[in-house]
Design a protein around this ligand. Structure first.
Ligand code: SAH
Length: 383
């Protein structure tokens, strides 16, 4: 068999792409087999859908900054399970505009006499750069994560950066002076533009802040959301719950086809964005609650509320038994479960199947080409 060569020179050190030994077709078969292995016992698994574009899809790019032993300033990713930075100037998965901006920032540090953060003594200026690109509108956000609040020649720095990258629409400074592996700190200052970007997706507009969750593969998200809407089977009469709703994308796309939508999300920045987004899209039948999804649904079920459709899109760890128990008390006809982790999905589906629901459809989507991650949408209906 012909040997496949993944066109990246740092893939071993970086570890971000786990399927570098496979062609893209082989990756799709591998993911299909994985979903069948984990979820096949619940029913037929539809063929995985893909955008056919396995490269340059990541619209959110994060680079860590540091120095080599020789003193050279580098930016890139942490080598798996270490804090050594692997120098990455252009990554095959990342939006190419984002990568170019990060390289420019690195070069500009020297020109402006700015330092990089040193994790060992917790001193120095630039820690990370986060770039978010709205691929529907072309808007770009740059977040400079700094170890100190003080930012020498801040205005001149931003001006020079915009001059070299006029595609940037907003720049923020995020201060993170804590001993943490989290990228973003609490304190944030807008240095240029509005402090957020707005994307356009399936005819709706979505405002995104530095901290709110937004799907990282724009084209694949369109495929995913269309499946979610199809599975939700809305006729205009339903009360829909959109749990783990982020900036409200799924709920807002459903609002056109439902009586009312109730969205629940824990991250307050995402909820603030979601509320603005409803106005932006002139939607009046959607409400946003900022709460832990389990707590909110438990209270809602206790008040004997009902729902016709529950859409849930929890993080990798999956949902909680208490959340699922409350869902069952709302007695929706349909549950649409969106998951980025088929292992926890299998665990949660098992619970639903034991408690009165039947798995009707299983649809894998290739959201994260070249990595071993796979997204799945499942439709459940009441027995
Ligand atoms: N459905 C959205 C977001 C999915 S990501 C979209 O398609 O864009 C999962 C979301 O769950 C994140 O926004 C995260 O902030 C939120 N989240 C995590 N734990 C939560 C909890 N316990 N309760 C409610 N939301 C939670």
């Amino acid at each position: 068999m012909k040997e496949y060569r993944f066109p990246c020179s740092v893939s071993k050190k970086c570890g971000g792409c786990q399927l570098t030994n496979m062609t893209y077709e082989e990756q799709l078969s591998y993911k299909q087999a994985k979903v069948i292995r984990l979820l096949g016992r619940f029913g037929h698994v539809n063929e995985i859908v893909s955008t056919g574009r396995p490269f340059y899809y990541r619209n959110k790019v994060q680079a860590a900054f540091g120095r080599t032993r020789g003193g050279e300033i580098v930016s890139g990713v942490y080598q798996s399970s270490t804090h050594n930075i692997v120098k990455v100037d252009s990554c095959l998965l990342e939006d190419q505009r984002a990568d170019a901006i990060i390289v420019t920032v690195r070069k500009m540090l020297r020109e402006f006499g700015l330092t990089v953060f040193d994790e060992r003594n917790q001193k120095g200026f630039l820690r990370h750069v986060l770039v978010k690109a709205a691929q529907g509108t072309g808007e770009i956000m740059v977040v400079l994560v700094t170890g100190t609040r003080e930012f020498k020649s801040k205005n001149a720095f931003c001006e020079a950066l915009i001059k070299r990258h006029p595609e940037i629409t907003t720049i923020l400074q995020n201060v993170n002076n804590r001993f943490t592996s989290l990228v973003l700190g609490e304190e944030e200052h807008v240095l240029y533009g509005d402090g957020y970007i707005t994307d356009e997706l399936l005819g709706k507009r979505f405002r995104i802040s530095s901290r709110s969750f937004y799907q990282i593969n724009y084209e694949a998200t369109k495929i995913l959301y269309k499946k979610v809407i199809e599975f939700a089977g809305l006729t205009g009469k339903e009360r829909v719950i959109d749990a783990y709703s982020g900036v409200g994308t799924i709920g807002m796309l459903c609002a056109d086809f439902a009586r009312e939508v109730l969205s629940v999300e824990l991250n307050k920045d995402a909820v603030a964005d979601a509320k603005k987004n409803a106005k932006l899209n002139d939607l009046h039948n959607i409400t946003f609650v900022c709460a832990d999804a389990t707590e909110f649904l438990t209270g809602f079920a206790r008040e004997k509320e009902k729902a016709d459709v529950v859409i849930m899109d929890p993080p990798r760890a999956g949902s909680t038994v208490q959340f699922m128990n409350s869902v069952c008390m709302l007695a929706p006809e349909r549950i649409v479960y969106v998951s980025c982790n088929p292992e926890t999905l299998a665990r949660d589906l098992h619970w639903f199947v034991q408690h009165g629901y039947k798995v009707k459809k299983i649809q894998p989507v290739d959201m994260f080409p070249n990595t071993n991650h796979v997204e799945t949408v499942v439709l459940l209906s009441r027995k």
